[in-house]
Ligand binder design. Structure first.
Ligand code: PEP
Length: 266
């Protein structure tokens, strides 16, 4: 048995927050993090692009990382409205979410597009938080593992390693709905993702953090964060209120509370 990797708790603010409330939230989080004693945890917030630079500058003196919610796969040039990973990294961001189901849904992003975006993120030395997950219809058709495997293998950049890739398993039907899979279902999918990562990345696949996302709250986070191969959470709605986000951070298990067997790649 070996200790699991340091958990990540990442807040996805989506298209929420103006200057005032966004900065107040960042300030409250910074105050609590700077006074925190607890198990190791990597905390990140992903504000909207309008706040990314100022929040990153403000949090640069704290352990809190800042990330973007999307980026262009391109580097620069005549692409009105797009923002490159290089420009995002230049603002001080440490990570960028790619392939969130809301982007796959609203902007028709395919696995190929997500992979190109992930490559762009990793090219800048940021980490890509790559989202995968099945829809309600796919789940009901018994296709969860098939969909998750396809998205994982087709969206994952070849440049991936444990230092620049974080996977977020987010069942689409659980996002913002208050519904979550059972702990066993979460555990089964995370174990499967871990096995796939082993196959592709060999032993490095053991250290890639796999987050669960989808209606994580102050009430359910304790149990979810203790499921084997759940190495943290990607949090939407509950990251917009300091008290609920903080409870999720405080629920992170001690390193010796969660361990997962290292399984040799096939
Ligand atoms: C998300 O959008 O990544 C998410 C997990 O949202 P929520 O926590 O609100 O379900």
């Amino acid at each position: 048995m070996a200790n699991a990797p340091i958990p990540v708790i990442a807040g996805n603010w989506k298209m929420n927050c103006m200057h005032g409330d966004g900065h107040a939230l960042a300030n409250d989080l910074a105050e609590r993090m700077l006074n925190r004693y607890g198990p190791p945890v990597d905390v990140a917030v992903c504000p909207p692009l309008t706040l990314l630079g100022s929040v990153a500058a403000f949090l640069s003196a704290t352990p809190i990382k800042v990330g973007a919610q999307d980026c262009s796969p391109l580097t620069m040039g005549a692409h009105t409205g797009d923002v490159s990973a290089e420009q995002i990294a230049n603002l001080g961001a440490a990570c960028t979410i790619v392939g969130h189901s809301e982007r796959r849904r609203d902007h028709g992003e395919t696995d190929e597009v997500v992979r190109a975006k992930g490559e762009a993120v990793q090219r800048t030395r940021m980490s890509a938080i790559m989202c995968i997950g099945e829809t309600d219809a796919e789940r009901n058709a018994g296709k969860t593992i098939e969909v998750v495997t396809r998205q994982l293998l087709n969206s994952m950049p070849e440049t991936s390693h444990a230092g620049n890739l974080i996977i977020a398993y987010e069942p689409v039907w659980a996002i913002g709905t208050g519904r979550t899979p059972t702990l066993k279902e979460i555990g089964d999918v995370h174990q499967h993702i871990r096995d796939q990562l082993f196959e592709v990345l060999d032993y490095d696949g053991y250290s890639v953090r796999i987050l669960y996302g989808g209606s994580v709250t102050a009430d359910n986070c304790h149990d979810i964060l203790r499921v084997p191969h759940v190495n943290g959470a990607l949090v939407g709605g509950a990251s917009l209120k300091i008290d609920s986000f903080w409870k999720i951070i405080e629920a992170v298990p001690k390193p010796d509370e969660v361990s997962a067997p290292v399984r040799a790649p096939a």
